[in-house]
Design a protein around this ligand. Structure first.
Ligand SMILES: Cc1cc2nc3c(=O)[nH]c(=O)nc-3n(C[C@H](O)[C@H](O)[C@H](O)COP(=O)(O)OP(=O)(O)OC[C@H]3O[C@@H](n4cnc5c(N)ncnc54)[C@H](O)[C@@H]3O)c2cc1C
Length: 354
């Protein structure tokens, strides 16, 4: 098969890229290894109000589980409250809507199809149809890699730092209109969260396991126990998930006629771990720059890189530095209390030097 643009990964980044391409009439194929786009969900599902700049959420009410008004930061002794308007998504519905929008605009979607090789010299990807166990080749003029945080695909840089996250969906005992982040000594280089979803909540932890040496299940069990004792949550577990979040900042995002976007580009915030909005933004930008490149027969991918760097490079670098300097000193409640204002971007102190 030959296509103008191949897009690997139908998460928010890849589907946004495919939609941008199709809106401009550029033929493209969107490929995902999942049987059904969006399933399983590996996300705590909070997104800020500014997602509406890119995706009009009011047109997809089923993608919204509930509205959120505040972000609370719980450090044990103190709870800080910030304006934090946004939504708890139903990520599966959201991801499917994004991919379906691209398909309606002209994208060809291949599901249950895993890209297992990129041959950049021949402009070719090798794809395995997972249902038929049948390989095929797709030739492209441009390639967008939106395959998420970690992949065996060689263009995604290795040796990066990751947060390892584990989460359960459990019944919520308190009415909440906030997302709450908990900093505790037993959750090193990361935090715990309760993000409400109706009668349930996504309750999880993320830690930088290789540095902390802390087993994920130990920290999660301790966190769930603390939350049960505080009568935040009950014992009715409706689901479990896990995943990884890249936390070392922006990767090299273009080479030749290949670009990265979303988590593959390292675009999750190194401290909060938020990445949905950045995935949508970067995917749309990648799609637009490639559409322009195709139309003008001029490779504009350095312009994509420049625009991404102008928006993300500095904030990502600051967040990464703060992560490296501050987390090692947050090993007890006093360390957390002393440092939290410099670590979390909702505080004014975050924007001062540490
Ligand atoms: C536990 C957890 C909680 C999180 N909570 C939040 C949150 O509350 N808010 C927030 O903003 N962000 C959160 N994030 C981060 C957020 O989920 C990601 O930033 C976002 O999903 C990135 O989108 P993406 O499109 O780049 O990648 P993904 O959503 O990971 O999509 C990549 C797609 O590529 C496909 N794929 C991968 N390899 C291949 C291959 N070889 N061939 C074919 N297809 C392939 C995958 O199946 C997947 O569908 C969380 C992450 C985790 C792990």
């Amino acid at each position: 098969m030959k296509t103008e643009v191949a897009v690997i990964g139908a998460g928010p980044a890849g589907s946004s890229a495919a939609l941008a391409l199709s809106k401009k009439g550029i033929p493209n194929v969107l490929i995902d290894k999942k049987n059904t786009v969006g399933i399983p969900v590996q996300c705590a599902e909070f997104v800020g109000l500014n997602i509406n700049t890119y995706v009009n959420l009011s047109s997809i009410p089923s993608a919204i589980s509930r509205s959120i008004r505040f972000t609370d930061i719980d450090v044990g002794d103190n709870i800080y409250r910030f304006d934090g308007k946004g939504y708890m998504l139903n990520r599966d519905v959201f991801d499917r809507y994004m991919a379906d929008s691209a398909v309606r605009a002209g994208t060809s979607l291949l599901t249950a199809s895993r890209v297992f090789n990129i041959d950049g010299r021949k402009n070719r990807i090798d794809v395995l149809d997972l249902k038929e166990n049948k390989p095929s080749k797709i030739y492209y003029d441009y390639l967008i890699v939106a395959a998420g945080p970690k992949s065996t695909l060689s263009v995604i840089p290795k040796n990066r730092s990751y947060i390892f996250a584990a989460q359960v969906k459990v019944n919520l005992l308190k009415g909440l209109d906030s997302v709450i982040c908990f900093f505790r000594p037993y959750i090193p280089y990361g935090y715990g969260w309760i993000f409400p979803k109706g009668r349930f909540a996504n309750v999880g932890i993320g830690i930088e396991k290789p540095i902390s040496g802390m087993p994920l299940s130990f920290a999660l069990d301790k966190f769930l126990e603390e939350m049960r004792t505080a009568e935040f949550i009950g014992t009715e577990i409706a689901g479990k998930t896990s995943g990884i979040v890249p936390v070392s900042g922006l990767n090299d995002i273009n080479t030749g006629n290949i670009v990265l976007c979303g988590d593959a580009a390292g675009l999750t915030h190194p401290i909060t771990g938020a990445g949905i909005l950045n995935a949508v933004m970067s995917g749309e930008l990648a799609g637009n720059y490639i559409a322009e490149s195709v139309k003008t027969s001029k490779n504009l991918l350095n312009d994509y890189r420049e625009e991404i760097e102008s928006v993300f490079k500095k904030p990502m670098r600051i967040a990464f530095e703060k992560r490296s300097v501050l987390y090692p000193s947050m090993t007890d409640i006093k360390g957390i209390n002393d440092k939290i204002k410099y670590l979390w971007p909702s505080f004014n102190e975050y924007y001062r030097k540490t």
